[in-house]
Structures are given as C-alpha cells and as structure tokens.
Write a protein that binds this ligand. Structure first.
Ligand SMILES: *Cc1c(COP(=O)(O)O)cnc(C)c1O
Length: 466
C-alpha cells in the first residue's frame, strides 16, 4: 500500500515512513492511494469473531508487506487485551433502535486509546527493525497526552515528552499523565498556557538541532494516518453486532479534528452499509457552519464543557476535501492557503456532495447539560459531555427510525465531573475500579519556565541515550 499527500507534491511513501512522519513535506496529510473493499459476503463472515481478529481483517491490507501477518495479529491481540471490557467496544441501548458505543474502556477512559495503544506498539516494532530511536514531543490540554503516554509506556525505542500548561489541566487529566511510571516517560508542566506549549512543539519540529543529530522527533497527533486506520474497526464491530451488513447503520460522532468521523466515512467506502453519518460539534462549530452554508471560516476559540472538541480549525477535514476535489492536490493546497487568510467556499456541486455524505449539528453547553440530565433520568445512564453532544445531534438529525442510530461514546463521564455537576444531577461519576486509587498514586513531572530553550535543554539531557 502506498500513501499520497493531500497537497499533491510530497513523494508517495510506504506504511513505515507514513507512521514515522507527521505532516508531508508539502504541508499535506497522507492518505492511502487506494482503499481495500470488502464484499457483504466477506463482512458477514466476520460475525462473532473477536475485536482483535476483526481489527486484523480490516487493517492488514494497510500494513501488508511491511508487517508479517502473524506479528500483526499478535500486536493487535496485545493492544486490545488492555481494554477492561471483553467486547472492547460494548454497545449500550438508550431507546428503541438507539445506542451508545462505549469507546472508553481503555487505560485512559477515552476513545483515543484505540489508536494510541496500537500506535505505540507499531512504532516500537518498526523502530526495532530499523535500529532507530525517536523522541515523541507533544502538547496537550487533556486527553491526547495521557493516551499517548499510556500507549508508549512499554516502548523501548521511544522517549515521550508531553508538555501541559502548569495548573491549567484538570486534576484527573494531570494525574492520568503524571502517575504513569517509566524511564521513557517525561511530563513537563510549562508555566504558560496551552498555546505556549503548542508553539514550543512546533518550533522544535521546525528545528531539531537541539537533539544534536542523535535522535529525531516523531508526532502522535491526530493527523497520523495510523490513528485513523485504527478507528475504522469499531464501525464494523458495531454494525456486525446489530445485524449488519444486512441492515445499514447510522452513526453520530462527537467531532473536533474530524479524525473519528473520517474513519467512519472510510468504513463506508470500504463496503460497510452506512446510511447516515452525523457530525456533532460543540459551539466551536466550523464544520457545522460549513455543512449548512458552504462557508469555511475560523472563529475565535470558545471554551466549552466538552474541551476535547474545542478547536478552531479541523485538521483532518483536509482529507475529506481531497476526496471532494477528485483527489486534486493543487486544488486542496490553493483552497487551504486561501482559508488561512479568510472565509472560503467550494464549488456548489462539491458541497452538495458533502451534504449527501454527512449531516451535522452544533450543540451548546446548556443543551449538553439538558441531554446528560434527560438521559440519566430516563435510563440511569451517565453520558460524558462529548457523548451527550453526539446523542443530541443524533436525535436532531435522525432520518429513518428503522435504522439503528449509534452514537460514539468518546469518554467516560468520570473524566468530566464538572459537566455532570452543571447538569444539576447529584450523582457523582465514579472512576472505574482499576483507576479508583488514581488520587493516591505518586506523581512525577517537572515544572519549567515558559521558555523554549529550557524545554529543549531538558529534552536533550533526559532522553534515553542522552
Ligand atoms: C479527541 C476527542 C474528540 C474529538 O475527536 P476527533 O477525532 O478529533 O474529531 C471527542 N471526544 C473526546 C472525548 C475526545 O477525546
């Protein structure tokens, strides 16, 4: 399988290089040159197999020729054995033909574990083969950092440095990062805000000379192709559990950077009958505004009760734009260069095509809280604020009540106790048993000044072979 850039100029790469590369050299994102396609008969034959085996069937074509089948199978078995539920992605029914797929049974209680648990193992495998070492550097305002750290904790060929804004992440989120033990795990609390952390990461990727040429930086942010790939699997899993592929399904996806929902779009292109995909956003609604009015325009960032969806631009949306433009990299480059300067639109017929593929809705904090309360009062089931947005959007956009509507449950409610409290419920979401002692565990992190050279010096002197 070869991978090409959405901006049409960077060289095509194989899976290994795509895994280790963040952005393409032309500023684009990598996508597969062609997708595997599964017949209904083949999909039907997967009923009743384990999650890991299903993951193997769906992902193997993407890594074929790079990772031998047996090694890949073993890797997937290990990856999904760390989830706390035997179904890995269990379904919970809310109403007639209405479901939540719980994607928060992994080590950090959010769906990012599905991809990052695999990514850590893939990186270590490829680096061992190449006899290379990398330093992962990332900035986090919450969920991604902990999932990346958990994903890399057993890697021998990876050191991971995660920057978070000092005293500006929630205690649960900080502890999920800082209580993970491992010589290759380094948490840095920067005396600044999230933007400062991100700026330092960007600057360091731009000029890696502080590492003295002895190792190189790698990225694990949501533009990494391997993350999207891992997220395709659970769409198939949910469908098979509810009578697919002989019925079609609808999915509602709480969306920020458009990674998770893009995986759903790919599942459909790969042969899974999906009749509706709903983009569910919070007040940071650039995608909903585009879908409803063909205008792609950055607004000021708003802080909401669903912080993991607080974005101004949606980086993976570029991958969809590439398809909408008949895979014309030059057209995508021109469009996004213009989008950086002001609002842009696409040709009417392309936009109409996008509207056939997706419905969309934006949900504010008040409605998020109302949904959490309503669902709890009717079902005694607690939604986290991100999932609540998905459920609300699903109900607002639903087209056919005979089609099962599945909302992706992206986080465990215990990660966001403030939103639960704001919804007026007196119930307190408990952390799952395996994390109940989170507040007693030892923390390890280093506080540094808001200075890129301090951060770079710290990294240069603390990675494994420094
Ligand atoms: C990251 C995240 C999202 C958004 O996912 P994208 O793939 O960026 O669209 C939604 N909910 C939660 C809980 C998340 O952590």
């Amino acid at each position: 399988m070869r991978y090409i850039s959405t901006r049409g100029e960077a060289p095509a790469l194989g899976f290994e290089d795509v895994l280790l590369t963040g952005l393409a050299t032309d500023g684009g994102l990598y996508v597969p040159e062609s997708l595997p396609h599964f017949s209904l008969e083949e999909i039907r034959s997967w009923r009743g197999i384990s999650y890991a085996e299903l993951a193997y069937k769906i992902m193997y074509p993407f890594v074929e020729g790079v990772i031998p089948a047996d090694d890949f199978r073993k890797m997937l078995e290990e990856t999904y054995s760390v989830f706390s539920h035997q179904a890995v992605a269990p379904l919970v029914q809310l109403d007639t033909n209405e479901w939540v797929m719980e994607l928060f049974r992994g080590p950090t209680l959010a769906f990012k574990d599905f991809a990052l648990q695999l990514l850590g193992r893939l990186l270590d495998y490829v680096l061992a083969k190449r006899k290379q070492h990398v330093v992962i550097m990332g900035a986090t305002s919450g969920d991604t950092g902990s999932a990346a750290i958990e994903g890399c904790r057993r890697c021998e060929h990876v050191d991971i440095f995660i920057l978070h804004p000092h005293q500006r992440v929630s205690e649960v989120q900080r502890r999920q990062m800082t209580t993970v033990q491992g010589d290759n795990i380094h948490n840095i609390a920067v005396k600044g805000n999230f933007d400062d952390c991100q700026r330092m990461v960007k600057e360091s990727f731009g000029n890696q000379s502080f590492l003295g040429g002895k190792t190189q930086l790698a990225a694990v942010n949501s533009i990494n192709w391997a993350r999207i790939m891992a997220q395709i699997v659970y769409y198939f899993q949910a469908s098979l559990a509810l009578g697919g592929p002989d019925r079609s399904m609808a999915f509602s996806v709480p969306t920020g950077n458009f990674g998770d929902i893009f995986a759903g779009y790919l599942a459909k292109k790969m042969g899974l009958p999906i009749s509706q995909l709903v983009i569910a956003t919070n007040r940071n609604d650039i995608l909903h505004r585009f879908m409803s009015g063909n205008k792609y325009e950055q607004h000021q960032l708003e802080h909401t009760l669903s912080p993991s969806m607080d974005i101004m631009v949606s980086s993976n949306f570029e991958r969809l734009l590439f398809d909408l433009h008949g895979r014309d990299g030059v057209a995508v480059r021109t469009l996004l260069e213009n989008a950086a300067k002001g609002p842009v639109s696409i040709e009417e017929y392309r936009w109409k095509h996008a509207r056939k593929l997706f419905d969309s809705d934006a949900v504010d904090d008040q409605t998020t809280c109302d949904t959490i309360r309503e669902v709890y009062e009717r079902n005694e089931y607690l939604l986290d604020p991100h999932t609540a947005i998905g459920v609300r959007a699903a109900r607002n956009c639903r087209r056919d009540s005979a089609v099962p509507m599945i909302t992706l449950g992206t986080a465990h409610p215990a990660k966001f106790p403030d939103a639960i409290a704001e919804s007026g419920l007196s119930v307190k979401p408990d952390l799952p048993a395996h994390m109940a002692d989170l507040f007693e565990r030892d923390e390890r992190y280093t506080v540094l000044d808001n200075s890129v050279s301090d951060v770079q010096n710290f990294i240069a002197s603390h990675w494994k072979n420094a």
